[in-house]
Design a protein around this ligand. Structure first.
Ligand code: PGA
Length: 251
């Protein structure tokens, strides 16, 4: 089902105590409010079990920022989708541009991760997006299409329907430079058309497509007002309740 979502991506920030404090503060802030979106926090792995224990999942949902591309075994330092799910997390960010750029995650690896996430009843928040040179060359549509095709298009329609997409232009992440509302709508509509061409209009219309990249209190309302922008994946502004809540309330 297509829904509005505001998901915080904490990245590698907050120690365990700070993470717990932030979630508690966030829960108090959303308490009693009739929000028009689902609120998710995607914490570092180490926080999941503890935060999963204190979180009220009716108010704030929990997600990881990654999972392994293998089921289990001798993969030192890795965390499996099953382990993530066992903490009570319901979501997992996959294919974030930082994972692609710094940790060599290819569409083929991400395809394995997506399948393992789904097999463990986790909802992937699957990130796609072009770098600046690709945008300047007008190749953004071709880039996101290839990412979706290679990582996701061997899924059944039933499985694809469980995925949330996040369009994050790499040039907008952590830079303070946001895509304009019109740029976001244009490419979100293209992404939805690409999904429709493969899986049909019903699946495409029920897919939530989030925008990410320097989304903040000042621009969220305009971005979320677009018909094909179903919410945001929020980095820097998700680290404080004061900056995150106005985005949650932008719907
Ligand atoms: P940002 O990060 O909001 O700090 O730009 C977004 C993201 O990388 O998910």
């Amino acid at each position: 089902m297509r829904k509005n979502i505001v998901a915080g991506n904490w990245k590698m920030n907050k120690n365990l105590q700070e993470g717990q404090d932030l979630v508690k503060e966030l829960q108090s802030a959303v308490f009693g409010k009739a929000l028009k979106c689902e609120v998710i926090v995607c914490t570092p792995f180490i926080h999941l079990a503890t935060v999963g224990g204190v979180i009220d999942k009716n108010k704030v949902k929990l997600g990881a920022q990654n999972c392994a591309d293998k089921v289990s075994g001798a993969y030192t330092g890795e965390v499996s989708a099953e382990m993530v799910a066992s903490t009570g997390a319901q979501y997992v960010i996959l294919g974030h541009s930082e994972r692609r750029a710094y940790y060599g995650e290819t569409n083929a690896i991400l395809n394995e991760k997506v399948k393992l996430a789904l097999a463990n009843n986790l909802t992937p928040i699957f990130c796609i997006g072009e770098v600046l040179a690709e945008r300047e060359a007008g190749k953004q549509n071709a880039v996101v299409k290839k990412q979706i095709e290679e990582a996701l298009f061997d899924l059944s329609a039933d499985d694809f329907a469980k995925i949330v997409l996040a369009y994050e232009p790499v040039w907008a992440i952590g830079t303070g430079k946001t895509a304009t509302s019109a740029q976001a709508q244009e490419i979100h509509a293209f992404i939805r058309q690409t999904v429709a061409a493969k899986y049909g209009k019903t699946v495409a219309d029920s897919t939530s497509i989030l925008y990410g990249g320097s989304c903040n209190a000042g621009n969220a309302k305009e971005l979320f007002a677009n018909p094909d922008v179903d919410g945001g994946l929020i980095g820097g502004a998700a680290l404080k309740v004061d900056t995150f809540m106005p985005i949650v309330e932008a719907f």
